[in-house]
Design a protein around this ligand. Structure first.
Ligand code: NAP
Length: 509
């Protein structure tokens, strides 16, 4: 398909909470805007920033790959100057932990400045102890002496969340503190409710940060911005003009050594109930009636509440060939590494519009993309008004690995005949935001800004949608790695022109 290409700069920060945001206008001049949506003080009054970070799970995979680079970036920009206390059960000395951190930063290629690494290490101490042992929390308390408002980051297996939160409360470590809880938040509706109950019995809701790092990505934030910073979308952004919506979140690798975790999760719990549903919510929500992130949370929760609970016929589960041979995976595992589903949002705006979601590992590409398929014109004035493949105009949002937005429209070919081609008007981000999602989210949590986190209502409403198919579902069907998943999934979209398979993305021109 031919493309008309226009390149624009996007605003680098869409929900900058702390001061102002920078963006470029069309002439390339810098403009400064007051931030409009995310002002925590809109709703809760300005709150003092956290004066220490406690990282539970400091020896884990997430800390190594994502949290240390985020801390490095924060130190490098001067936004992290408070003590960092790592906690885990491994018997390490502080020096050994420092070596691990330095190694992982080197490995990630982020530690470009040795002075910054030194500054980070000078802030970092270590508490070795088991979460099941109250003495661990006494030691943490001693390590926090002199601080008054710590943030506790639970980068630990989900099975340990409740123990750690309860122990924080019992040790008096929840007072004036914040807590960041990693995803997935719960395993089902009942466990999410119980976890919420326990968390809220020790921390006020505004101090609980349910993290989904997807919400810290620039391209995801831009969905919200693009929808509500422009007026031209609103008249067509509904059931009258939208035929269907497809969202894919694909990885071209397998479980990468995390088989033990994946066996407890599967694609539905790992990425659909959180990442994909968050994308749906941003695309489907009503305009927030006022500024302030509570209004955004309310509208997103409204989308989850309007979603029709899934039934087994809406879901196809797949498992890539070779998954059962991965370390820590059961030889007869039925855990899905792929799922495709059909979703309906029973609201005035979206009634009858199917939303088709896919997520999987071992697929043809690593990519995330949204296709909003528009309806064809009501009358076929030209022979090719209704394209042969059944597809009319669309919006396409590439969310990863690059960020772009494309609008496909039909344009007449030169000559006497009234025939044309579908061409894309293409906007691509010409500079990647320099803030890592974990850096952004950790920084936001430290100043009490919950705009990019999920609230209790949304988390529970999202679990309620998937609850009916968590246990009651068809067995996972096999698929070859490097494909787009099992053929059985094709039946879901057969009546709507089939699946849209993302093309390899070109670099921004
Ligand atoms: N890894 C990712 O890419 C990723 C992405 C998104 C979300 N998450 C979420 O982040 C969380 C952590 O994931 P992960 O992959 O980092 O897990 P992990 O590699 O298994 O690390 C778990 C950490 O928790 C510590 N730990 C576990 N049980 C403990 C206990 N009883 N007492 C003291 N320490 C204990 C471990 O310490 P020792 O090893 O020293 O015992 C280790 O530091 C999970 O909730 C996961 O769902 C992970």
């Amino acid at each position: 398909m031919a493309r008309a290409i226009i390149c624009r700069s996007w605003p680098r920060r869409i929900l900058a909470p702390r001061s102002t945001l920078h963006c470029h206008n069309e002439c390339g001049h810098h403009a400064r805007h007051n931030n409009v949506i995310a002002q925590p003080q809109d709703e809760h009054g300005a709150e003092p920033p956290s004066d220490a970070i406690v990282i539970f799970g400091v020896t884990g995979d997430l800390a190594r790959r994502k949290i240390f680079p985020a801390l490095y970036a924060m130190v490098s920009k001067g936004t992290l100057q408070v003590p960092v206390i790592g906690v885990a059960s491994s018997k390490l000395t502080v020096t050994q932990l420092h070596e691990r951190v330095a190694d992982s930063l080197n490995h990630a290629g982020t530690a470009r400045d040795p002075a910054v690494v030194e500054r980070l290490l000078s802030l970092l101490t270590y508490v070795s102890g088991n979460y099941n042992d109250p003495a661990t929390f006494s030691t943490i308390k001693a390590a926090l002496a002199g601080t008054r408002r710590p943030v506790h980051y639970l980068a630990i297996p989900q099975s340990a969340f409740e123990t750690v939160i309860t122990s924080l409360g019992a040790a008096g470590l929840a007072e004036n503190a914040r807590v960041i809880v990693e995803k997935p938040f719960g395993r089902d509706l009942a466990s999410a409710r119980e976890l919420n109950r326990i968390a809220q019995s020790h921390f006020p809701e505004r101090s609980i940060f349910r993290i989904d790092h997807y919400l810290g990505k620039e391209a995801i934030m831009n969905l919200l911005y693009f929808r509500f910073a422009n007026s031209f979308l609103e008249p067509i952004w509904n059931r009258n003009f939208v035929a269907s919506v497809q969202i894919i979140l694909a990885e071209n690798f397998g479980v990468a050594g995390r088989g033990a975790f994946y066996e407890t999760a599967g694609a539905l719990r790992d990425v659909v109930q959180n990442h994909l549903f968050q994308i749906v919510a941003l695309l489907a929500m009503e305009p927030p009636p006022r500024r302030g992130y509570g209004a955004v949370h309310g509208e997103k929760a409204g989308v989850f509440q309007a979603m029709r609970p899934l039934v087994p016929e809406d879901l196809v589960r797949g498992q890539y060939a070779g998954y059962r041979n991965e370390p820590d995976v059961a030889p007869d595992s039925d855990v899905e590494t792929f799922c495709a589903l059909r979703l309906f949002i029973d609201s005035w705006r979206w009634a009858g519009v199917p939303w088709y979601l896919r997520a999987g590992k071992g697929l043809a590409q690593t990519t995330a993309e949204v296709l909003v398929q528009l309806k064809p014109p009501p009358q076929a004035l030209f022979a090719d008004s209704a394209p042969a493949d059944g597809r009319a105009n669309h919006f396409r949002f590439r969310l990863a690995p690059t960020s772009s937005i494309a609008l496909a429209a039909r344009v007449k070919r030169g000559g006497k005949g009234f025939v044309g081609d579908q061409r894309e008007l293409y906007l691509c981000e010409d500079g990647v935001g320099d803030e890592l999602p974990y850096e952004r989210l950790l920084g936001d949590a430290m100043v009490g800004d919950g705009a990019l986190f999920s609230d209790q209502q949304a988390v529970e409403a999202a679990w309620a949608v998937v609850e009916p198919v968590l246990v009651n579902h068809s067995p996972a069907v096999g698929y070859e790695q490097g494909t787009w998943g099992p053929h059985e999934a094709d039946a879901l979209t057969a009546g709507d022109g089939g699946w849209h398979q993302p093309a390899p993305e070109k670099d921004c021109p």
